[in-house]
Unconditional design. Structure first.
Length: 471
């Protein structure tokens, strides 16, 4: 796609201290705010939550390795020493780009000289939003604690049924989507069922749980080199995860999914198949792509608005004919670049183009299992223990706050040495969608019928009933 602007944009007739409004306290917004802290500007950061979440470790909260506070920190605390920055917990409901004005949910209006948008993305169910209640995705702390509730509750209900009836439904955990999030969830569920909980239950064998990863495209981790995708499949298979590629999900219902016309029973279904941009980009009234990302030029500006910068997942920006991925690395770099462009405007300098410095990508799979596409300081494809250690080091380094780094390091060390995870708390509802015995009856799932030839259908080896707990 050709660049939208050829001549570097700039904003003229600035006031002595321009007002910069940053919307979103994620990687892009927080990086922008921190870069603006030493400039002669007044900054207002707006986020609908009061905390910054280190999203790459959300799956570890979902899998009971870490507590939410280990990967989240109040935005106000992070920026408390930045005297030119104020933080508002609010939500933008409308943008008037031509009038440089925002309308907030609280009813307030805020004017700006510069606007930096970094509100990220959310789940995409490809027009089937009703699936969200049966297959939660993973974008927020709330999503992580809900997934943790469902995964842990499945084992608890199976134990209860074993005591009361001598049998329990198959513990099938289905993850839809073979990107980094899906791969990490699948490997982590396999780990907790086979390594960390096998001695905690008296009447069920958690190691017999099935973890099934479904991907509609020909291979998982499609954004990674093909050799690393194959390595990921090998490592997942060694962990006991069943990987099925080229499998499109047709329906998601409580207790099962429909794949290729066949029903696959699932005590827990998780969604990692697609994302869509925050709706904020469409409020600008400028072109967006099919995911709702705002199409910006190589300076990160939408057409006709040099005072607006769109960063992170919300931005569709191309470099060398390829779209820059919506992950943490480019989001942080975009946020810092936006701040630098404001500084250049104030100094009367010509803006420079954004350049993404790609250091590589990593995805963890399980204990001593990961893949890494390293681009800096050397070019290499790593897998196994080396990739896993690299992943651990990089994520500890980029985690915000010393306390968080220490807490995460301690939790990881404790888990690694003792095979014990200390955050296995079930909060919220004691009901699990699709578990019919919660109401005293089993659901009659008559359509679509189970096809005995399906690769997904097959009973686990019968368990020997253990002695019931005396009543």
């Amino acid at each position: 796609m050709a660049e939208i602007l050829v001549t570097p944009p700039s904003v003229k007739n600035l006031p002595p201290r321009p007002r910069v409004v940053v919307v979103g306290g994620g990687f892009a917004g927080l990086s922008a705010a921190q870069a603006l802290a030493d400039m002669a500007v007044d900054v207002t950061l707006i986020d609908r939550r009061n905390h910054h979440t280190f999203q790459p470790l959300l799956y570890q909260v979902a899998m009971a390795v870490l507590s939410p506070a280990d990967i989240a920190q109040p935005i106000r605390s992070i920026l408390s020493k930045k005297k030119n920055i104020e933080v508002l917990m609010d939500e933008v409901e409308a943008i008037e780009p031509d009038h440089h004005r925002l309308h907030l949910r609280s009813g307030a209006e805020i004017e700006y000289d510069y606007l930096i948008l970094g509100t990220g993305s959310t789940h995409s169910y490809f027009g089937k939003d009703e699936w969200a209640q049966w297959a939660p995705g993973l974008k927020t702390i709330e999503d992580a604690t809900e997934i943790r509730r469902r995964v842990l509750l499945a084992f608890e209900l199976a134990e209860r049924e074993m005591v009361e009836t001598g049998a329990h439904p198959m513990l099938n955990f289905v993850i839809i989507g073979g990107g980094p999030t899906g791969v990490e969830l699948a490997g982590a569920i396999s780990d907790i069922s086979k390594l960390y909980m096998r001695h905690d239950f008296r009447h069920i064998d958690t190691s017999k749980a099935r973890v099934i990863l479904l991907e509609g495209s020909p291979r998982i981790l499609a954004a990674y080199p093909e050799d690393l995708s194959k390595k990921a499949v090998e490592q997942l298979t060694q962990l006991g995860v069943e990987v099925h590629t080229g499998q499109s999900v047709m329906d998601v219902q409580p207790g099962y999914v429909v794949v290729g016309g066949k029903r696959l029973d699932a005590v827990v279904t998780l969604w990692a198949a697609g994302v869509q941009a925050s709706p904020l980009g469409k409020m600008l009234g400028v072109p967006t792509d099919k995911r709702g990302c705002t199409i910006v030029d190589i300076y990160l500006n939408p057409p006709g608005h040099p005072e607006i910068f769109v960063c992170g997942d919300l931005a569709h920006v191309e470099e060398d004919g390829r779209q820059i991925p919506g992950v943490a690395q480019p989001a942080m770099q975009m946020g810092r670049h936006a701040a630098q462009m404001i500084d250049q405007d104030m100094a009367g300098k010509t803006r420079t183009k954004f350049h993404y410095w790609d250091k590589g990508d990593m995805a963890t799979i399980g204990r001593h299992a990961a893949v890494a596409n390293v681009r800096w300081p050397l070019k290499a494809h790593w897998s196994g223990t080396l990739a896993w250690l690299s992943w651990v080091s990089v994520h500890l380094f980029f985690l915000v706050g010393f306390r968080n780094r220490f807490a995460v390091f301690f939790s990881w060390a404790w888990t690694y040495l003792t095979f014990n995870r200390g955050a296995r708390l079930i909060t919220g509802s004691p009901l699990l969608p699709g578990w019919g015995s919660q109401q005293g009856i089993r659901p009659q799932l008559t359509t679509p019928p189970i096809d005995s030839t399906s690769p997904f259908v097959g009973a686990l080896p019968a368990e020997e009933p253990k002695a019931a707990v005396p009543r």
